[in-house]
Design a protein around this ligand. Structure first.
Ligand SMILES: C[S@@+](CC[C@H](N)C(=O)[O-])C[C@H]1O[C@@H](n2cnc3c(N)ncnc32)[C@H](O)[C@@H]1O
Length: 427
């Protein structure tokens, strides 16, 4: 059975593994930065259309030792590229090198590594940090070497070469270097899976759709209880929640995946999987899903994004400051929130009050609810003055973050408040 690798952000791997297991994947193994799994073509198509938290799915073709450019070229040339592309198709090669200063390629799947200064060894799939081999330490150079080897092989085998198209290639080859070895893979997705297609406009600091989906998964919300985001910005958390609640496979919002241009693409199987996914969609959401924000432009954007995602009927957005938020009548639900972190001095001081207000409001008005706060600044998160019952380490655009779970006490005013709010959270 073919083997695949789903790329996921660090901290999200177990969530992606659980998704793959639910989709019917075999031999699901989480690693650092992704999950390997096995499955037939139907499973691949189900994963491409249905995974909410992975950014890419790769089909590894060959793994080999590559400690210098000559080895890289000759080993790449040994792959039977003529089985995957012919000269009429277009090609792009991307490389990631663990331990190199430019470990991240200028590709759409990777969030910019904000705040990173100079060369830093990135962890390999086993979580170890090793420097890149001396001869191959620049991703664009490695990608060029691989492209040359592919083109030379095809010229010899087929008498012509494919063109390079970095914008919308038919076949996208992904090379990953770690510990002196290179893995060459075909990318099944094309554009990163976080590009669902619904978010054409963004406000400041939107979450990646795949990270928002991971937060919803980590909250264990199943769609049956209310979900509120009182600082919803462009609405990413709310829209991802609605997609999950309505069982809309995120890939249905897109029309173009690289695996549809692979030689083994099976249109009949694809249509069947697509129909299965269409058939699973619920007409109405089981519970309230609401977003609010103090900024009217953010709410306009959220409404437009929800329309593009086809979830308008399932969500409600309102211009409202957090001070005006109240729990809807009925059983308690969850709050998911991604407040501003504040990047400049002074901004952080101003935000302290906002975080304190969040904690106070939850204790007063949301008894029995569970709040999930994505915290990019631990000092600000402490201002909430609640003890985190659970913490998940996540990365938002290269920034270390924690998703904190707060269980608000059932009786109004008697919440589990932190007796020593300025001490670090346990765990
Ligand atoms: C980091 S952004 C949220 C981004 C959002 N998760 C997304 O994916 O687009 C924080 C949001 O908090 C909102 N905000 C700041 N102060 C607020 C307040 N007092 N009440 C409600 N919203 C507020 C801002 O307008 C901003 O849209």
């Amino acid at each position: 059975m073919p083997c695949y690798f789903a790329i996921a952000a660090r901290g999200v791997e177990l969530v992606t593994a659980a998704e793959l297991t639910r989709l019917g994947a075999h031999d699901v193994k989480p690693a650092v930065g992704g999950v390997s799994f096995e499955g037939d073509l139907a499973l691949l198509y189900r994963a491409v259309l249905g995974l909410r938290t992975a950014t890419r799915i790769l089909r590894p073709l060959r793994e080999f030792a590559a400690v210098n450019p000559e080895m890289l070229y000759s080993q790449t040339r040994r792959v039977r590229w003529e089985d995957y592309l012919d000269p009429r198709k277009t090609l792009a090669v991307y490389a990631t090198i663990e331990g190199a200063s430019s470990a991240r390629p200028p590709a759409a799947n990777v969030a910019p590594a904000a705040g990173r200064r100079g060369p830093r060894a990135t962890p390999d799939r086993r979580g170890e940090r090793r420097p890149a081999p001396a001869g191959i330490n620049h991703s664009q150079f490695a990608a060029l070497k691989i492209k040359d080897a592919i083109v030379d092989r095809l010229r010899r085998e087929q008498g012509a070469r494919p063109d390079v198209d970095t914008q919308n290639p038919d076949i996208r080859v992904q090379a990953h270097f770690a510990g002196g070895r290179c893995t060459l893979s075909l990318d099944a997705c094309g554009a990163s899976l976080h590009e669902r297609g619904y978010r054409l406009k963004t406000t400041m600091a939107p979450l990646k759709e795949t990270l928002a989906a991971a937060i919803i998964e980590l909250s264990e919300w199943q769609g049956a209880t209310p979900l509120l985001d009182p600082m919803c910005g462009s609405g990413t958390l709310v829209i991802e929640a609605a997609l999950k609640a309505l069982r809309i496979a995120p890939g249905l919002l897109r029309t173009n995946f690289a695996c549809q241009r692979w030689p083994d693409y099976d249109g009949a199987v694809w249509s069947q999987i697509e129909q299965e996914a269409q058939g699973a969609i619920l007409r109405t959401p089981p519970a309230i899903i609401e977003g609010s924000d103090i900024d009217p432009r953010a709410i306009d954007t959220a409404i437009e994004n929800a329309r593009r995602a086809g979830v308008t009927h399932a969500v409600k957005f309102e211009v409202r400051g957090i001070d005006a938020t109240h729990a809807p009548a009925g059983e308690p639900g969850i709050i998911v929130v991604n407040p501003p972190y504040g990047t400049r001095m002074g901004e952080v001081d101003e935000l302290e009050g906002l975080y304190r207000q969040l904690g106070e409001l939850w204790k007063e008005r949301f008894p029995g609810w569970t709040a999930f706060l994505l915290a990019g600044n631990p000092a600000l998160a402490r201002e909430v003055e609640l003890v985190a019952a659970q913490k998940f380490k996540l990365f938002n655009g290269g920034l270390d973050c924690k998703l904190l779970r707060f269980d608000i006490a059932p009786e109004a005013g008697s919440a589990t408040s932190d007796p020593a709010p300025h001490e670090p959270h346990p765990g």
